[in-house]
Design a protein around this ligand. Structure first.
Ligand code: ATP
Ligand code: MG
Length: 223
């Protein structure tokens, strides 16, 4: 199925009318909030595919340590593998320095050309920080932004000018975040159903986000 679909994408690409969604993130770890948002955007905007782009270095500060990129990348592959419309790109990982979205979109423009319709998909929290994004004006001119609703973040706060260039995508609110997942693991709480099983297994196998003792406890409880 995946192979046939790739052929279709290539045909579209030749016709110059490909529509691509780009979902950037730290994905530490990737969870169903990311996957559902991407899938909803794919259907709503008739996207030929959604490309997940794990960043090398987050441009926005985080209080805790960011997991090695090889793990974040592998979990992204595991989580997206079963969806033939999803892909993972190493575009930001292969580029040194901070992962600026503007550079990423330009790289995708080089690959897919200027006729392609590129939708950059974010959650409401990320778009609310648009003022702080590197070269935001240029960025808003070279792709279409989609912001999914996310609990605790009100897109009505945005200045009128931004509202004009943004497509707001109402989704069933998912109070799920990687921060919460990391917290859950540290505190011996379940992450079942908020990450894919493959991702959960990978996290436990590689003892991510946790001291060894607690992982062993979780394993005992779920066996
Ligand atoms: P963290 O808590 O570490 O910031 P996160 O859950 O926000 O993690 P990111 O990798 O920072 O995940 O987010 C990547 C993109 O996915 C961002 O645009 C973010 O707004 C969006 N996103 C993440 N979780 C959700 C969600 N539950 N609903 C809608 N959008 C989401
Ligand atoms: Mg985030």
């Amino acid at each position: 199925m995946k192979t046939n679909y790739r052929e279709k994408i290539e045909d579209n690409q030749k016709n110059g009318d490909i529509q691509i969604g780009i979902m950037g993130g730290v994905f530490d770890p990737i969870h169903i909030g990311h996957l559902f948002t991407a899938e909803e955007a794919r259907v709503k905007f008739h996207l030929d595919k959604v490309i997940f782009v794990p960043c090398l270095n987050p441009t926005h500060k985080r209080n805790d340590h960011v997991t090695a990129v090889k793990h974040r990348l592998e979990m992204s592959y595991l989580a997206t593998d079963s969806n033939p419309y999803f892909e993972v790109s190493k575009i930001e990982i292969n580029r040194s320095g901070p992962s600026y979205t503007i550079d990423t979109i330009k790289e995708f423009r080089n690959i897919y050309g200027w006729d392609a319709k590129i939708f950059f998909i974010t959650g409401a929290d990320a778009f609310l920080e648009i003022e702080t994004w590197y070269k935001k004006d240029e960025l808003l001119n070279i792709c279409q932004f989609v912001a999914a609703t996310r609990p605790g973040y009100d897109l009505n706060k945005l200045h009128q000018n931004f509202k004009k260039v943004l497509q707001i995508m109402e989704i069933p609110l998912l109070a799920i975040s990687s921060t919460d997942i990391r917290y859950r693991i540290r505190n011996n709480l379940s992450i079942k159903y908020i990450v894919l099983e493959e991702v959960q297994d990978y996290i436990y196998q590689h003892k991510l986000y946790l001291r060894k003792k607690v992982i062993d406890n979780i394993r005992k409880q779920s066996s």
